[in-house]
Design a protein around this ligand. Structure first.
Ligand code: NAD
Length: 309
C-alpha cells in the first residue's frame, strides 16, 4: 500500500492523510489515462464504467498503450504487469467502499455526473473525497448534489493524462481548504503540475481553448480554407503542436460541443455559440478519433486522411 505523505497542509490544520486507493468512474480516454497515471504513482485503482465489460475494455486499452511502450523499450514487461495489477475493474460505484478518493471522468453531461456523484457519495465512507474531471460543468452544482460538498473538487486532467503535465484544480464555492490542499498534493504525487481556478464556465483552459476550436469550425463551414489549411495555419503560423480541427478530433467532438454549449448557456453570450458543422458531425455519430471519423478519417493504426464534412 502506498502511503500519501503526511506533510502538514500550509495554512490549514495539520493532520495526516492517507490516500492509497482511488476510484475512477468512466473508463474512456480520460478515465483510462487517469487510472494509468494513478497506478504508475503507486496508488491502487478501482475502475468502473457503465458496466463491468466497459471497464474491462478501458483497462484493455491501457494495457495496449503500455504494450507499445514495452515494444519500444520504454518500459519493461514486468513494470507493465505490475502497473496493470494495480488497476481492478469493478461493476459500479457501489464497489468504491474501500476508496479514499474518487475521480469521476464519465461523459460530459450534468445529469449523468450528478447521478454518478450521488452513487459515489452513497458508497464512500464519510471523510473521503470526490473529484470530477469535468471540462466545463459547474463544480458548485455537482458539490451541492452530494452530502459532502466541502469535500468535492474539480481535478481537470489534460488529454492524454499520461503525457500532459497539467491538472487544473477547480474549487467549488463549497470546497474546503483542506480538500484543495489534499487534491493539489495528490496531483503532484501523480507527477503533475497544477493551476488553480475558481468555478466559472469552462474554468481557465477551456475558456481560452473552446472559442478557438469553434472559430476554426466557423472558418471551415464558411469555406475560408480546408481542414488541412486551417490546421497547417495554426501549426506553422501560431506554433501550435496540433491544429484546432485535429485537436478537436482528439478531444472528441461530443465533448467539444458539450463544453461549447455550457459556455454559451452559462455566459449568455453568442460569441460562444457552437458551429453547425460541429453539431452535424456529432449528430452523425462522427466524434473524432474515438469513432474513427470526425474532421478527418482514421484507420486502425490512427493514420488519418481528409474527410468530407
Ligand atoms: P469518453 O467518451 O472517451 O469516455 C466517457 C466514458 O464515460 C465512456 O467510457 C462511457 O462509457 C462512460 N460512461 C457513460 N455513462 C456512464 C455511467 N453512467 N457510469 C459510468 N461511466 C459512464 O470521454 P472522455 O474524453 O474520456 O471524457 C470524460 C470526461 O473527461 C468528460 O467530463 C470530459 O469533459 C472530460 N475531459 C475530456 C478531455 C478530452 O480531451 N477528451 C480532457 C479533459 C477532460
Amino acid at each position: 500500500m502506498a502511503q500519501f505523505d503526511d506533510t502538514p497542509f500550509p495554512g490549514t490544520e495539520s493532520r495526516a492523510v492517507l490516500v492509497s486507493t482511488i476510484g475512477v468512474v468512466g473508463a474512456g480516454q480520460m478515465g483510462g489515462g487517469i487510472a494509468q497515471v494513478a497506478a504508475a504513482s503507486g496508488l491502487t485503482v478501482v475502475l468502473v464504467d457503465a458496466s463491468l465489460d466497459l471497464a474491462e475494455r478501458g483497462k484493455a486499452r491501457v494495457a495496449s498503450v503500455l504494450g507499445k511502450q514495452v515494444d519500444n523499450g520504454k518500459m519493461t514487461a514486468e513494470a507493465r504487469e505490475a502497473l496493470l495489477a494495480k488497476i481492478r475493474c469493478a461493476g459500479g460505484p457501489a464497489d468504491f467502499k474501500e476508496c479514499d478518493f474518487v475521480i469521476e471522468a464519465a461523459t460530459e453531461a450534468i445529469e449523468l455526473k450528478i447521478a454518478i456523484l450521488k452513487q459515489c457519495d452513497a458508497a464512500l465512507a464519510p471523510g473521503k473525497w470526490l473529484a470530477s474531471n469535468t471540462s466545463s460543468i459547474s463544480l458548485t452544482k455537482l458539490a451541492a448534489a452530494t452530502s459532502r460538498p466541502e469535500r468535492v473538487i474539480g481535478m481537470h486532467f489534460m488529454n492524454p493524462p499520461p503525457l500532459m503535465k497539467l491538472v487544473e484544480i477547480v474549487r467549488a464555492v463549497q470546497t474546503s481548504d483542506e480538500t484543495y490542499e489534499l487534491t493539489r498534493a495528490l496531483a503532484e504525487r501523480m507527477g503533475k503540475k497544477t493551476t488553480t481556478t475558481r468555478d466559472a464556465p469552462g474554468f481557465l483552459v477551456n475558456r481560452i481553448l473552446i472559442p478557438m476550436l469553434c472559430e476554426a469550425c466557423f472558418a471551415l463551414q464558411e469555406g475560408v480554407g480546408s481542414a488541412e489549411d486551417i490546421d497547417t495555419g495554426a501549426k506553422l503560423g501560431l506554433n501550435h503542436p496540433m491544429g484546432p480541427l485535429e485537436l478537436s478530433d482528439l478531444i472528441g467532438l461530443d465533448t467539444v460541443l458539450a463544453i461549447a454549449d455550457v459556455l454559451h448557456r452559462e455566459m449568455g453570450d453568442d460569441k460562444y455559440r457552437a458551429p453547425t458543422v460541429l453539431r452535424n458531425l456529432v449528430a452523425a455519430g462522427w466524434l473524432g478519433r474515438k469513432t474513427g471519423r470526425g474532421f478527418y478519417v482514421y484507420d486502425d493504426k490512427g493514420n488519418r486522411a481528409l474527410a468530407r464534412v
